[in-house]
Design a protein around this ligand. Sequence first.
Ligand code: PAF
Length: 290
Amino acid sequence: MSTPELIHTIAELQQKLGDARDRAARAGGDGRIVLVPTMGALHAGHLALVRRAQALGGIVVVSIFVNPLQFGVGEDLERYPRTETADLAALAAENVSFVFAPSARDMYPDTANGTRVTAGPIGSAFEGAVRPGHFDGMLTVVAKLLNIVQPDAAVFGQKDGQQVFLVQSMVADLNLRTEIEVVPTVREPSGLALSSRNRYLDEAQNTAAGALFAGLTAAAETAAAGQIAALSAAHARMAAQPLVKLDYLVIVHPQTFVPVDDAYHGPARILVAARVGTTRLIDNVPLTLG
Ligand code: PAF
């Protein structure tokens, strides 16, 4: 266990990473850097990302930044959980080298006129339809982090499936050099995908939220019979929990994130979003439509 070095400014981080790379080169290493971008409030899902980063080898940087650009008006920016002391303790236990926790002022000196990344049409679908501008804000901060840290690899969780798709698209479209690593979703025993927002759920809501994964699993198990059968199996499982208010349930092509038609056969991904109380939850799993 070793306490990570906590760095608050871009300039200091770049200086420290330069020194760390030089030290690694002198020791005969390649100075590889792996970034795990987070908004803090770390849970076992984040620690799985950190472990993948450690397994990739080299210098691990975890960023903690609650990115105001990806929160819309009326969303939970102010009440988003901030748990820095616990986060640092968890990262110390994982032997992370650096934690980068910049201020919003350092990241966005010109909030009104700053340049933004735009996500393209898939950025306005599904989560983007409900949270306008969310993915532009997310991609903007990820692009900035990739440029600031210059990592060889960056690690993301599959739980945020649309985010992963859009980050991979941005890296390909803008010819960024970082490899994107995707780690499977970590779940509670009920199947509920771990999320920093799960802490908003009370006990009854938490139990009800297990219906999301139960529905996705039912869809995957029924997928050989085609899209209509898979969707209706998922709907049936989720409708059994009145606390779960479904927002969308859709099957998309894994390479384009465009909804597939009923005649499609082959690999796909089913996405769900629902409100449980005031908490918005998302999840996704792969399936193969017959
Ligand atoms: O997944 C998240 O926590 C955020 O969207 C990310 C990738 C750290 C960007 O702010």
